[in-house]
Design a protein around this ligand. Structure first.
Ligand SMILES: NC(=O)c1ccc[n+]([C@@H]2O[C@H](COP(=O)([O-])OP(=O)(O)OC[C@H]3O[C@@H](n4cnc5c(N)ncnc54)[C@H](O)[C@@H]3O)[C@@H](O)[C@H]2O)c1
Ligand SMILES: [Zn+2]
Length: 345
């Protein structure tokens, strides 16, 4: 099922008119309730709104508890629908709540962040964080419909726009050289018409997921930039002031993993340099001391993708030529980290 992307709400209304749910619930966080729900309110006069607190720290069991309770108090049945209106936090948690309530009710994702439009709302991964570990508890459950309306991006902060943009760059890197060069030439802050670029990213992610829904092979390519990116994200999480948004960490993760790709697989230096330049010009810089490399590598040792305790990377032989399960030595990883410090002088 390919997500629908439209500059109006016609297909959404048609879907709802045809499906005859007994009750419609709409899940939003405090921001998407304020900024996004007003655009839908008139179209969904009978929807029962459930509001949760925003932010990754609320993507956890207490919040699910609250949503299950609200569904139950308002008599949600197996013929009810949950609409997830929000970023990846809302669609991850809402999808999980819907998939488990009465052994599963239908849900629809209406992503409102760029990251959710091109990534989180597609592919059926749902879940919550548990005991400090991201996405520890969850299920694979597909939404009945993913409905993308770029209008919601108007209220998203520039930092969150760039965070989603990193995943779009990733789609270009792993699958489509001409899409990548279009993205690299773009001035993100001037972007007005997002529909076509979003559509391309959705097509890339969707086709990869459809070929390998259970992540046995090619779906792993979506983890490009994420081995190092997740380590950076986790490491800086403790430090509120310097904490990275997911996509910001992934942008630097892709730079460093391109460095490894160049070293180990002969990726072209010009491709690496183009990406480096884009990331330096658009994303907040990282400051790393050599004494911090060990801790970062320790984070990578916990990565779900590792095999036999060795750190497994997804690297590129070339743009759109992915190599899965590449093992790197500590020395090779340290060398990649060291470019961060030299590239800022
Ligand atoms: N399931 C998947 O395949 C998948 C893939 C990637 C990421 N994720 C998950 O997605 C989450 C990150 O997604 P995210 O960046 O969308 O986070 P998010 O949902 O927390 O949204 C980021 C912030 O933007 C606000 N916001 C969202 N839309 C807005 C709008 N239109 N206007 C104003 N404010 C708005 C939110 O309230 C929040 O404060 C993480 O939990 C991550 O694990 C899941
Ligand atoms: Zn990601």
């Amino acid at each position: 099922m390919l997500p629908i992307i439209e500059n109006n709400f016609d297909s959404l209304m048609l879907f709802l008119a045809e499906s005859k749910y007994d009750r419609i619930f709409l899940l939003a966080d405090e921001n998407t309730k304020t900024y996004c729900y007003p655009l839908l309110q008139g179209l969904l006069p009978d929807a029962i709104v459930i509001e949760i607190k925003a932010g990754e720290k609320n993507k956890q069991l207490d919040t699910c508890n609250y949503v299950w309770q609200q569904l139950s108090e308002h008599h949600a049945s197996r013929h009810s629908l949950l609409i997830n209106l929000g970023g990846g936090m809302v669609s991850d948690l809402g999808g999980f709540v819907a998939a488990t309530y009465k052994r599963g009710i239908d849900f629809v994702n209406i992503p409102t962040s760029l990251l959710a439009m091109v990534d989180a709302s597609i592919g059926g991964k749902t879940g919550i964080d548990f005991k400090g570990i991201k996405n520890m508890i969850g299920v694979i459950a597909l939404p009945k419909l993913v409905f993308v309306h770029p209008i919601f991006l108007q209220t998203l902060t520039p930092r969150h726009i760039l965070s989603g943009y990193a995943e779009m760059l990733k789609h270009g890197m792993i699958a489509d050289p001409s899409y990548l060069s279009e993205l690299l030439q773009n001035k993100v802050s001037d972007m007005k018409d997002w529909a076509l670029l979003i559509q391309k990213s959705i097509e890339i992610k969707n086709s990869i997921v459809e070929q390998d829904p259970l992540e046995k092979g090619i779906r792993k390519s979506l983890n490009f930039g994420h081995t190092i990116g997740h380590a950076l994200e986790s490491y800086f999480l403790e430090d509120e002031e310097n904490a990275f948004l997911h996509g910001e960490a992934i942008a630097w993760g892709m730079v460093l993993e391109s460095m490894l790709s160049m070293d180990l697989l002969g990726m072209k230096e010009s491709d690496y340099k183009q990406l480096l330049q884009f990331v330096e010009n658009n994303y907040r810089p990282i400051k790393l001391l050599a004494s911090e490399y060990e801790t970062l590598i320790a984070f990578m040792n916990h990565d779900k993708k590792n095999i036999d305790g060795k750190i497994a990377f997804v690297l590129l032989k070339d743009i759109a030529e992915v190599q899965l399960d590449v093992f790197c030595t500590k020395q090779q990883i340290q060398k990649a980290f060291s470019i961060i410090n030299t590239s800022h002088h």
